[in-house]
Design a protein around this ligand. Structure first.
Ligand code: CA
Length: 455
């Protein structure tokens, strides 16, 4: 009888353990990657076999967006599931370790905080860029483990010190300095693979945020890779190509780690760039990124600033294919919450939609009826998309109207033909703007007063 009871308990315990079939969640973010600079996006001169394989085994969202045309605000939106304008995070924070206000506000609930509460292990590797004050450190914002650098970027090669002081801050693990002994992107790939390996048999699912600074400037790549791309004439494009290729290899190392530990099938992977590729002719660099067929670049309200390569891959639940309705990186939050048994906050307005029923085809409608963008605060630059219609308003210039179904390159301004649409979309922006705040901190280029404070 006693033996039977023990066996019974053992069965119940085994069932309980096996019942935790929640997926691991891996969010991979590239930095300043051109829309057309990956193989699966049509690129011919930069091989990206690992990201291509990820795309082939998942769903490519062809109308996938981020919530901002540059770094930090996009990352703030992605990690909170809310338009970052709702909490005033509309600029890149300057690197100010003594300023608790320059970064992701402490009253915002982050994706790792939400999943940690649901029983997930949480980790991050890479670029933080959400505040340099100790109270804003990733370990204080839901990440149990953090390897990376706190600022908006980092130099890549320890022997080639390019970039300002912020880019030379030591690499760290949970606040402790770590050696910078090889090409940075390789280090991030190694650390991400080590994370998935370390947590493979912990008995609980994990969340990993792998935030590359690649292929953001400074342009810097390993010499042997530059030789591999010697057929590319433009030297900036050549270095950038090597950087993108390195990032692809680091993604490959992480995915190989998942396969080796038999976690690939039940890991939900998201991949995006944080904004479009920059066009840097103003800085005496060539426009070495390619956003075609989209108009504009990083910083712009045109598609080239905000529409990005966007993948969702979960072999266990999602059949490979294309998804063409508009989705946004804000959706990672609600999707991860639904799959991980986490709670989406109900004490604040959220902008995140669980994409799973849409991606499986169970739900046919639109995840979002309208999407909004604003840069540089009230009175700055705006975009709104409703269905195929998009309105762009750059400062005080007249509004421009495009129909993206026939004109993805935003070449034919239809504002004069359709004043009704211009008016309807403008009033949508006006309504949304009432729910936003003015920026609570300035960017690094806000003037000498802030720079002085940094010292
Ligand atoms: Ca960026």
């Amino acid at each position: 009888m006693k033996k039977l009871l023990i066996q019974g308990w053992f069965c119940i315990l085994t069932t309980l353990v096996l019942a935790d079939e929640r997926p691991n969640v891996l969010v991979i973010v590239a930095d300043d990657l051109g829309y057309a600079d990956l193989g699966f996006q049509g690129c011919k001169d930069i091989p990206t076999p690992n990201l291509d394989a990820l795309a082939a085994s998942g769903i490519r969202c062809t109308n996938g967006y981020v919530s901002h045309p540059f770094c930090s605000p996009t990352r703030a939106g992605l990690l909170t599931g809310r338009y970052q304008h709702r909490f005033g995070h509309e600029n890149n924070p300057a690197y100010l370790p003594d300023d608790p206000k320059s970064g992701l506000p402490l009253d915002q609930i982050t994706l790792p905080e939400m999943l940690k509460k649901a029983g997930y292990a949480t980790g991050m590797v890479g670029k933080w860029h959400l505040g340099a004050h100790p109270s804003l450190h990733p370990n204080r914002r839901g990440f149990e483990e953090y390897f990376g650098f706190i600022g908006g970027g980092h130099l890549y090669d320890p022997a080639e010190p390019k970039g300002g002081d912020e880019y030379k801050v030591p690499l760290q693990f949970n606040g402790e300095p770590r050696p910078f002994d090889r090409y940075l992107t390789d280090i991030l790939g190694r650390e991400a693979a080590a994370y998935v390996d370390r947590h493979a048999s912990s008995g609980k699912p994990w969340f990993l945020y792998l935030a590359f600074n690649a292929p953001h400037t400074p342009l810097s790549a390993p010499k042997e890779l530059l030789e591999k791309f010697s057929s590319i004439q433009d030297e900036h494009r050549r270095t950038y190509a090597a950087m993108v290729h390195s990032m692809d290899a680091a993604v490959g190392e992480t995915l190989k780690g998942l396969e080796k530990t038999r976690q690939r099938e039940n890991t939900l992977v998201f991949f995006v760039s944080d904004n479009g590729g920059p066009h840097l002719s103003r800085r005496n660099l060539s426009d070495f990124t390619n956003n075609s067929p989209l108009r504009g670049a990083k910083g712009d309200m045109y598609e080239g600033g905000i529409r990005v390569p966007f993948l969702v891959c979960w072999p266990k639940r999602l059949k490979p294919g294309l998804y063409e309705k508009p989705v946004i990186a804000l959706d990672f939050f609600a999707t991860a919450a639904a799959m991980g048994g986490g709670k989406v906050p109900n004490d604040r307005k959220m902008d995140s939609v669980n994409l799973l029923p849409y991606l499986t085809g169970e739900t046919a409608g639109n995840p979002h009826e309208v999407l909004f963008w604003r840069s540089q605060g009230p009175g700055g630059n705006y975009a709104v998309r409703e269905g195929d219609w998009k309105l762009v308003r750059n400062g005080s210039a007249p509004a421009e109207l495009y129909n993206l179904s026939s004109d993805v390159g935003e070449t034919g301004n239809l504002a004069a033909q359709r004043p009704d649409k211009v008016q309807a979309l403008t009033s949508l922006i006006d309504g949304w703007e009432k729910e936003t705040k003015t920026p609570v901190f300035g960017g690094p280029k806000q003037g000498p007063a802030r720079k002085k404070k940094a010292k």
